[in-house]
Design a protein around this ligand. Sequence first.
Ligand SMILES: C[S@@+](CC[C@H](N)C(=O)[O-])C[C@H]1O[C@@H](n2cnc3c(N)ncnc32)[C@H](O)[C@@H]1O
Length: 390
Amino acid sequence: MTQIGPFNFNTIVQGDCIEQLKKLPDNSVDLIFADPPYNLQLNGDLYRPNQTKVDAVNDKWDKFESKEEYDKFCIQWLGECHRVLKNTGSIWVIGTYHNIFRVGAIMQNLNFWLLNDIIWVKTNPMPNFKGTRFNNAHETLIWATKSKTSSYTFHYHSMKVLNDDLQMRSDWLIPICQGDERIKVNGVKAHSTQKPAELLYRIILSTSNTNDLVLDPFSGSGTTAAVAKRLGRRFIAFEREPFYIQVANDRLAKIAPIDKPLLEYKIEKRKPKVPFGNLIEKGYVKIGEHLFSRDAKFSAQVLADTSLQYLDVVGSIHKVSATILNKENHNGWSYWYVRRDGILYSIDTLRHDYEKKFLNPHTNYPEINFGNNVVNEPEETFLAYEHNAV
Ligand SMILES: C[S@@+](CC[C@H](N)C(=O)[O-])C[C@H]1O[C@@H](n2cnc3c(N)ncnc32)[C@H](O)[C@@H]1O
């Protein structure tokens, strides 16, 4: 497949994003990154104490008649993003205190399910020249799925190694775009709000897979497209201003994708070779008990031949979860949970425990207790498995 709707993959399309989004099919995009207008409502120019003019965001793309107009605009583009986002995908929206709270409320009203808000701490922020407020040194990113029951990609272990083997936190310290990275045309900044590639690198790396389709409705200087190309993802981006498209295309022409073998998430692929039946044989899962979906809305009974029964569907943990999710295939290890003392535990955790005890028995692990079973897992690892990629 080389295109989606009327668009070729890996292009920046000129036009209003709401109109362009309407041309994309339902449930067709894996990852959305949106850096919409902030609606800063700046009146007049801003000067430093030495009377030099501050390079602020006062572009005409950032002007709206009123807050209501801005909300109307956001409801439309976010509504379209909701329609085109796959049930297995996720969306990121970045903003400042001027707009992010309005955007967040609208996202919730549209049924997006918020997973995190990330604070991008600017290590080198612009000072507050008037000295009348705190130095505004961060922007907020909202990360969300299409709905509460959506599954999504999250490369937990890769983020952990990126953070020196510590669980990645929700405050990211990244400098604003400057130096050689800042694109200039005739010595002038090409775009007033070019985002650092480092920010997009973290987002695309953590929440998508190679070859996924990444969409940016507000492309600007093309940061999302540039990082997507580098990381072996496909992209579609929309932008109204032809000048910015030219800037982005010039930028893209200089980018070579990273070699495929280097893009593999080897660190994530530690799935133990333990068939579900082994968990039953060793008593981790009992014949006749019910397994539950993470939100406990769905349950299926374990039969003696190690298959699951949900209503009149009988099959493997994978087949039954796929049927419930209305998909062709699904990884049952990430779907099913056992209930112990009223708490749900992922069966993936059980197979890791099995592996440690019976396949690698000479390794020492700290013991923690859950329900009737004792498993050798640090608590942090529990969370890791629960949130693992599908
Ligand atoms: C905040 S900037 C995005 C900057 C971008 N993330 C980057 O790193 O360069 C928003 C961009 O959206 C564009 N824009 C604003 N309204 C738009 C619309 N309705 N449709 C398409 N593009 C729009 C503006 O021209 C501007 O370039």
